[in-house]
Each structure stands twice: as structure tokens, then as C-alpha cells.
Design a protein around this ligand. Structure first.
Ligand SMILES: Nc1nc2c(ncn2[C@@H]2O[C@H](COP(=O)(O)OP(=O)(O)OP(=O)(O)O)[C@@H](O)[C@H]2O)c(=O)[nH]1
Ligand SMILES: [Mg+2]
Length: 221
């Protein structure tokens, strides 16, 4: 019975996600779904990313949190459209929430939508939100074994960001194990080592994003 209910929820979510994909394709908007544990650095990366892109692209952000609008408030003065979703206890965003957020945006003047999912490595990976890509983030203090322990996210993702690389000298994070586990799960998954503190790797991240945005525009329709 429980399994049946879960299948229905996932199916309803997937159907809505397909509708959203069509809308975003018709407008040529690239949407990414950023997923990681609480505190890995998702909002900090947004604070770094928006100023580097906003002169060239129209950006909107969907901030998902269990409670509070703290992350949305952090981005208040960044000059982008923001929608804030409080899940009220649920550990992930679903596509109906994204639909409401999209309805609050001017989709005729957007190139990029970044969804910051609820801080959680497990449940958000199961839900298609209509995005083009899931981006997984892991930060070095969380430990090198997390890809093997929470594999679905790294199977679903089209990019992994290894954040807080500046902290490596102070940790026993084993990069060899990290890369070995990633390759075992998803041999094609690109990994970018970044630091939102020192800006290491951010230009590679911006290049990756710009390629995706341009590619989506050329396929518009
Ligand atoms: N040393 C270091 N600290 C970082 C880096 N990136 C983020 N932080 C810090 O990590 C903490 C958490 O960052 P957030 O951006 O709030 O993390 P988050 O993933 O958005 O967290 P949730 O929204 O709660 O899931 C903050 O104190 C940041 O300053 C980094 O590259 N290096
Ligand atoms: Mg955040």
C-alpha cells in the first residue's frame, strides 16, 4: 500500500515535470536543480555566481527550504527574480512547487533558472522538477565516502561540484577514494573542484553554465 502511494506521488510529479520541461524548452530557458547536504555551500555559490553572469543573462532563483526565507533574503539585493518555497517539513521540492514559482516569473525575459533544493542528499535526487540538469555538490568536510553512501544523487547528476577545496589541508578528505567512487557510480560525471572562499574553480563553473545556457537557447522551440 505504502509502495503504491509512493509510486503515484512520483508519477504525478513526473507528469508535471514533463509539462514544465515543455514550457522551458519553448522559452529557451535553462534550469538547473542544485542538490547537496545542508551547509555544503549552495547559497554561497549563488552569491558568487549571480554577479558573474547577471550582466549577460537574465536569471531567476527558486529557493527551497523546509522553513524560513533566510536564503531568499540573502539574495534579495542581487537584482534577480526570486521565488521562495517552504516545504513545511518535507525534505524535497516537488514539481507542483516549481510550477507555482514559474508562474511568478516573467518567463519571456529569462535565460537561466537555478533551483536551490532543500539541503538533503537523498530525497531531492528522486524528484524530477522539469530541470535540464541536476548538479550535485559535496563539500570536503562532509567526507570522501558520501558519494558511495548516497549514490542516487551522483547517478542522476550531470555535474558534481566538490566545494570547500580550500579546507583540504586541514582535513583527512581522501581525494583518491572520492574519485574512485564517482567513477564507479557514473563514469562520465564531470567534477569541478571549487572554493567559494578563494574563488578557485569558479571560472570553470561559469564556463560550464554558459555553455548550457547557450545550448538551450539554440534548441529553443
Ligand atoms: N571554507 C569554506 N567555507 C564555505 C565555502 N562555501 C561556503 N562556505 C561556508 O559554508 C557555510 C554554509 O554555506 P551555505 O551557502 O549557507 O550552505 P547551503 O548549502 O546553502 O546550506 P542549506 O541552504 O542550509 O542547505 C557558510 O558559513 C559559508 O560561508 C567554501 O568554499 N569554503
Ligand atoms: Mg542555502
Amino acid at each position: 500500500m505504502e509502495i503504491k502511494i509512493k509510486q503515484n506521488v512520483l508519477q504525478a510529479n513526473a507528469n508535471k515535470a514533463q509539462e514544465l520541461k515543455k514550457i522551458l524548452a519553448s522559452k529557451g530557458i535553462f534550469m538547473l536543480n542544485m542538490i547537496s547536504s545542508p551547509g555544503s555551500g549552495k547559497t554561497t555559490l549563488l552569491e558568487k555566481t549571480i554577479p558573474l553572469l547577471k550582466s549577460r543573462y537574465q536569471i531567476a532563483v527558486i529557493e527551497g527550504d523546509v522553513e524560513s526565507h533566510r536564503d531568499a533574503e540573502r539574495l534579495d539585493n542581487f537584482g534577480v527574480q526570486i521565488a521562495s518555497i517552504n516545504t513545511g517539513g518535507s525534505c524535497h521540492i516537488e514539481s507542483v512547487g516549481i510550477e507555482k514559482a514559474l508562474n511568478s516569473f516573467d518567463l519571456n525575459h529569462l535565460d537561466l533558472i537555478i533551483v536551490e533544493n532543500v539541503g538533503n542528499m537523498v530525497c531531492p535526487a528522486e524528484f524530477d522538477l522539469g530541470e535540464d540538469c541536476k548538479v550535485a555538490m559535496l563539500s570536503t568536510p562532509e567526507g570522501a565516502d558520501k558519494t558511495a553512501k548516497y549514490p542516487l544523487l551522483f547517478r542522476e547528476a550531470k555535474l558534481t561540484l566538490l566545494n570547500k577545496i580550500d579546507l583540504l589541508p586541514y582535513l583527512n578528505f581522501n581525494k583518491e577514494i572520492f574519485y574512485q567512487d564517482i567513477r564507479n557510480l557514473n563514469s562520465d560525471l564531470p567534477v569541478l573542484e571549487i572554493s567559494c572562499t578563494t574563488d578557485q574553480g569558479l571560472s570553470a563553473w561559469i564556463n560550464w553554465l554558459e555553455n548550457k545556457i547557450k545550448n538551450k537557447k539554440t534548441k529553443k522551440g
